[in-house]
Design a protein around this ligand. Structure first.
Ligand SMILES: C[S@@+](CC[C@H](N)C(=O)[O-])C[C@H]1O[C@@H](n2cnc3c(N)ncnc32)[C@H](O)[C@@H]1O
Length: 211
């Protein structure tokens, strides 16, 4: 049994039990976002050379497909999730893939990292789970931990999935992130998730701005 290190931070919500419960109750194949392979948008970005092996952070790493891929590509990777069980599964994946990833259990609203610690932050399906009142703190946190010209790739649900508090419009994303990041690219994409349902996302590639 591998015991991941726990970072003591105050939890932003009751999500902890909720998410951990999900990872305990269901096998990974029943979790729509757990594709068992790295996300295409991440692979494309790395293969394009727009981010090069450097200090990377995967926020909300789930069962670890994305951080393990980054480590295989030569990145020095830290990966954080609130679920003990998800991190345990991710550690097993890293072990099986014979790569080193620094896993932490913690909360995305209270990022336990130093200023300017990372060159690249990857967030697939993380920001859209941040409660409305915590969005400002989350965005400031990501901005704080990125080095001056750091890259942030954020992928969130789009309004095309139907109206919901965390399904975003393009203008809303620009409004939320525009003061802290230069938005280099926004793509609207669909993805067939593992439950065979197509979901819609915005993929947003950003560079840290000096504020
Ligand atoms: C939709 S999954 C995405 C997982 C992974 N990024 C992927 O692409 O497969 C959302 C993840 O966010 C994590 N999470 C939810 N609330 C969190 C919080 N407050 N702090 C850190 N992680 C959180 C969940 O445990 C879950 O693993």
């Amino acid at each position: 049994m591998i015991t991941p290190p726990r970072v003591k931070t105050s939890m932003s919500s009751s999500h902890e039990r909720g998410w951990d419960g999900i990872y305990h109750r269901f096998p990974l194949r029943r979790l729509p976002w757990e594709l068992g392979r790295p996300r295409e948008v991440l692979v494309d970005l790395v293969e394009s050379g727009r981010v090069r092996p450097s200090e990377a952070l995967d926020l909300c790493c789930g069962a670890g497909s994305n951080p393990v891929y980054l480590a295989e590509e030569g990145f020095d990777v830290t990966a954080l999730d609130i679920s003990d069980r998800a991190v345990e599964l991710a550690m097993e994946k890293a072990h099986q893939s014979r790569v080193r990833v620094n896993f932490l259990i913690g909360d995305f609203v209270n990022l336990p990292f130093k200023d300017e610690e990372y060159d690249f932050v990857f967030d697939f399906g993380c920001f859209h789970h941040v409660e409305t009142g915590n969005r400002g703190a989350f965005i400031e946190g990501v901005h704080r931990i990125l080095e001056p010209s750091g890259t942030y790739l954020m992928v969130c649900f789009s309004e095309k999935n139907g109206r919901a508090w965390n399904h975003f419009r393009r203008e809303q994303i620009v409004e939320l992130f525009g003061d802290h990041f230069e938005i280099e690219q926004i793509n609207h994409v669909s993805s067939l998730e593992s439950d065979e349902i197509t979901r819609y996302f915005y993929e947003v590639l950003m560079k840290k701005l000096r504020v």
